[in-house]
Design a binder for this molecule. Sequence first.
Ligand code: AMP
Ligand code: MG
Length: 415
Amino acid sequence: MSNPPSCDFLPVNTFTVDQAQIRILQTIKPIKESETLELTQALGRVLAQAIIAPFDVPPYRNSAMDGYAVKSQGQTQGLQQFRMIGKSFAGHPYQGSVGAGECVRIMTGAVVPEGADAVLMQEEVIVQGELIEYQGSVRLKQHIRHPGEDLAQGSEVLASGRVLNAADLGLIASLGIGQVTVWRKPKVAIISTGDELKPIGQTLNAGQIYDSNRYTLRGLLQRLAVEVLDIGIVPDDPELLEATFKSALQQADVLISSGGVSVGEADYVTRLLEQLGQIDFWKIAMKPGKPLAFGRLGECAFFGLPGNPVSTMVTFLVLVRPALLTLGHYPVKPLAMTQAKLLSPVRKAVGRQDYQRGICHQDDTGQWWVQSTGLQESHVLRSMSLANCFIVLAREWSNIEEGAEVPIVLFEGLF
Ligand code: AMP
Ligand code: MG
């Protein structure tokens, strides 16, 4: 890939967040394989085949009201009388035919019997034993639902690409269809790299920390329809890294590693990745999360995220998440921004798009307010845990005063 253009605020070899997003999405192609699922397992999945109505819905003429099915016969004025000859209840149709001056007691949804062409609402008739009296004109087809009125046989009910919601599942069930063909879930392998990392359950020696990134990443991934392959921790050892990456990329559509892409440490990772595939090391004008490795290892897309826990989360949400959505055939929308007023000033240097952690609320008038969580360093994972939004500060902005309007991205639904 060629070098990004430079601009006023952008050092050479550095991408803006937007440029990085576009470049990543240009490389990612949606999954080609589909799978067939029971309807009960299909919530939130993407249809790979349209749903076609196998029959008319409703399948038969039925009543829209509780009342009486009659033959209207063009009778228009005055008092009309109908003799009750039977009943048609839901699931128990009347077997005979309705003639002039006759009626059948009918319930909502029940089959309108042969001969009948209108339904009188029960609230509009007077019942005199076996006789029903009705004042006024009867409109042909009144209160009758017709076959195919909702869906005609052979028509497309849901298009391919539809993300199935609860209403869709019911709609498909109403057609007697019990299985659907959806795109298979992308397989995403996660790897933590670093000599200092220990798995939970082992004692920490001097200079060691517990690996938290795999837990954060797993949580972020669980909000998406992907299959997670947890590869574990790999020390900063070229041979082990190579063996692990090679085996992971056989199994996954996407490989996400964290750590080992910072300056000074990246050398052998760079060499290894260049050996294995086409990988670019990018500087991105974002904070946190400046260094990132992205590219392809054979069929597998690779994201080398920075190891600092907040950087891992921010780069995942801003750069990896859209790629995974694309892979899974989901629509990719930018993270939804809301405007909020700052409750306290924020510090910022010109040059990078800053994703500060914020705590926001909406007041009675609907106005959003936001304040920083305080500590903003990229190793302070607690700032992500305390926060309920990002305060997104554009690259060209510097310090911002209290009371100023800033864009925020609510975390709800993201992780
Ligand atoms: P690196 O990107 O490898 O230079 O790591 C940057 C910082 O993030 C270092 O302080 C690492 O110890 C820390 N770090 C890297 N990976 C993890 C992880 N999986 N869990 C927690 N901290 C990590
Ligand atoms: Mg490291």
